[in-house]
Ligand binder design. Structure first.
Ligand code: PGA
Length: 246
């Protein structure tokens, strides 16, 4: 899976222009699940223009209630209604700026799965946590608390070291593999061997020129791309990286 996280970028007309340009560039790709995550306001128009294509739609967040007096929030059913296949949950920017915790992540995952949405759970350590040798401890906590009482492996996990997001400082393929292997082991402790089927994406300054070296690693099953997904040509180059077999 290669997924584009647009974050807070693109109006509806920019979304339409992007998709019109992007689809022909990836129309022959069949060995990668391609996903676009535009902001909420662009989901409906994106769904319309992606219809019948090989590109799926994701939202960037969700609330856990089905409906009610929750001003500003969006429910899993509303995302299904605009034909989202996936929802990103627990992105580090939500954890950092909007008070997301492992507990809210857990509630959101349960609600999304119940509504039939695929979940892309984001985890990752900050620079300070890495430098104080707490990377594995943080990842373990984010996995065990985030996935508490969840008994389906219908999940995608994105490992996004916070220090690599939007900084141009990509994790080395070895650092990514080391973390992904650890994550796989933790997922196995929860889901048993089924965890081999869970895709673990790498995210953090993925670019056309570093995607191949990351994807070559055993436990790197895809990528979550921010900045480099905002232009159809660079995102399609990432999707079509040489040696693509996932
Ligand atoms: P980036 O963002 O590719 O701009 O580093 C990745 C992400 O936050 O998902």
């Amino acid at each position: 899976m290669i997924a584009a996280n647009w974050k807070m970028h693109k109006t509806t007309s920019e979304t339409r222009e992007y998709i019109t340009e992007f689809l022909p560039l990836v129309k022959d790709v069949s060995d990668v699940e391609i996903v676009l995550a535009p902001p909420f306001t662009s989901l409906a128009i994106a769904a319309k223009f992606l219809k019948g294509s090989n590109v799926k739609l994701a939202a960037q967040d969700v609330y856990w209630e089905e409906k009610g007096a929750f001003t500003g929030e969006i429910s899993p059913l509303m995302l299904k209604d605009v034909e989202c296949s996936y929802v990103i949950i627990g992105h580090s920017e939500r954890r950092q700026y909007f008070g997301e915790t492992d507990q809210t992540v857990n509630r959101k995952i349960k609600a999304a799965l119940k509504a039939g949405l695929g979940v892309i759970l984001c985890i990752g350590e900050t620079l300070q946590e890495r430098e104080s040798n707490r990377t594995f401890e943080v990842l373990k906590r984010q996995i065990t608390e985030g996935l508490k009482d969840i008994n389906t492996d219908a999940l995608v996990v994105a490992y996004e070291p916070v220090w690599a997001i939007g900084t141009g400082k990509t994790a080395t393929p070895e650092q990514a593999q080391e973390a992904h292997q650890f994550i796989r082991t933790e997922l196995k402790a929860i889901f048993g061997n089924e965890a081999d089927n869970i895709r673990i994406l790498y995210g953090g300054s993925v670019k056309p020129d570093n995607i191949a070296s990351l994807m070559v690693k055993d436990d790197v099953d895809g990528a979550l791309v921010g900045g480099a997904s905002l232009k159809p040509d660079s995102f399609s180059a990432i999707v079509k990286f040489q040696g693509g077999d996932s």
